[in-house]
Design a protein around this ligand. Structure first.
Ligand SMILES: [Zn+2]
Ligand SMILES: [Zn+2]
Length: 364
């Protein structure tokens, strides 16, 4: 069996998602709190509730054993592969039996961005929440954002140096007046490409959203704005040749459908080991991020897998129940506690597909 990455690469030219319907979501049309891919939220009484009850009562001794076995598991390749499904494009499958609660793998964002209103409360690089309120230590020298430490400051240096050389006030005004969040991710990606940190085609592997003409017109407007800002900042054409209208739209179309809203749910590694993590009340989203492997998971309204974030935008994929070898691993893109009609509407509007999972077919 080829490696997951080879298969994922091969899947780039696959036929379009067969469940996609031709109607297309309006620009950022999903309701801000439900239409976007978010960590599966505890829908009460479903699987996570059941297994967490068992794990909450576990002793510290068994916690420690789990810690060791999780650490050992982390050294092994993840028990998953990416392959084509029968009806939903590519998907992620178990390569061996997986136990409920097992940590499958973690993933770092390809690109992320904090929520616009949290630039002084959330690390500009890893999205970690600031301890002890805003102001003071950790603010960027420009005072416009916060870094949780030197490692993040260093990690962000490339795109930050590019960004600092331009005046973003018009872009910020444009996005904030319209409540847009994804253009900030495209802006960051553009700065990352100019700095040489990533290649301009690094998101091409992800599936794009289908776009309305109206959406395209809005995107073109944003592109003109972004392009103009780089031009006015005096960037040489040779470093911005990738920055075309087509590039902007291609990237944004992928970010729209693949971005996860990051809700940090835990503050320690031990929390991760407990399935109770799904029960911890979520703060509001700290930002958005796009990943490669987590983007290959298909949706199910009664998922067997869960995506969680602890302190940073690094994602963890975790089994919610026992999973058999060869079974497809699916996450829930939306709030699973909604009724079937609400789920179908959000999935169609926001993600462009009709859900035919067992739960939806049963009308639950
Ligand atoms: Zn950080
Ligand atoms: Zn469903």
């Amino acid at each position: 069996m080829p490696s997951p990455l080879l298969q994922a690469t091969a899947a780039r030219s696959r036929p379009p998602h067969q469940l996609l319907v031709p109607t297309v979501a309006d620009r950022e049309s999903p309701p801000p709190d439900s239409g976007q891919v978010a960590g599966w939220r505890q829908p009460g009484g479903r699987r996570a509730g059941n297994d967490s009850t068992a794990e909450i009562s576990s002793s510290r001794g068994s916690m420690f054993r789990r810690l060791l076995s999780t650490a050992a598991a982390a050294r092994r390749p993840p028990p998953i592969r990416v392959a084509l499904t029968e009806s939903s494009g590519r998907g992620v499958f178990a390569t061996r039996p997986i136990a409920a609660g097992e940590l499958l793998h973690s993933a770092q964002p390809l690109v992320s961005h904090p929520s616009r209103s949290l630039l002084h409360e959330v690390c500009y690089s890893c999205l970690r929440r600031r301890n002890g309120g805003s102001g003071g230590d950790g603010d960027d020298s420009s005072g416009s954002c916060y870094f949780c430490g030197d490692a993040c400051r260093e990690h962000a240096k490339g795109f930050r140096n590019i960004e600092k050389n331009a005046d973003w006030s018009l872009f910020d005004e444009h996005c904030s007046s319209r409540g847009l969040k994804y253009p900030y991710m495209v802006k960051r990606l553009a700065c990352m490409v100019i700095s040489g940190a990533v290649s301009a085609d690094c998101l091409d592997i992800l599936q794009p959203a289908h776009l309305h003409q109206g959406t395209l017109t809005e995107m073109e407007e944003e592109f003109e704005l972004l392009d103009d800002i780089f031009r006015k900042a005096g960037f040489q054409e040779e470093v911005t040749t990738f920055l075309t209208r087509e590039w902007y739209i291609n990237v944004l179309a992928r970010i729209r459908i693949n971005a996860f809203r990051i809700e940090l749910v835990a503050t320690s590694y031990e929390d991760l080991l407990s399935s109770a993590v799904a029960l911890v009340a979520c703060d509001a989203a700290v930002g958005n991020a796009v990943y490669m492997l987590p983007s290959f998971y298909n949706h199910d309204c009664d998922p067997n897998t869960h995506i969680v974030w602890l302190e940073t935008a690094d994602a963890r994929l975790k089994a919610l129940c026992d999973i058999e070898e060869g079974e497809e691993l699916r996450i829930c893109y939306i709030d699973a506690s909604m009724d079937v009609d609400a789920r179908q509407k959000i999935l169609a509007d926001g993600f462009g597909f009709q859900c035919r999972c067992l739960r939806c077919l049963s009308g639950d």
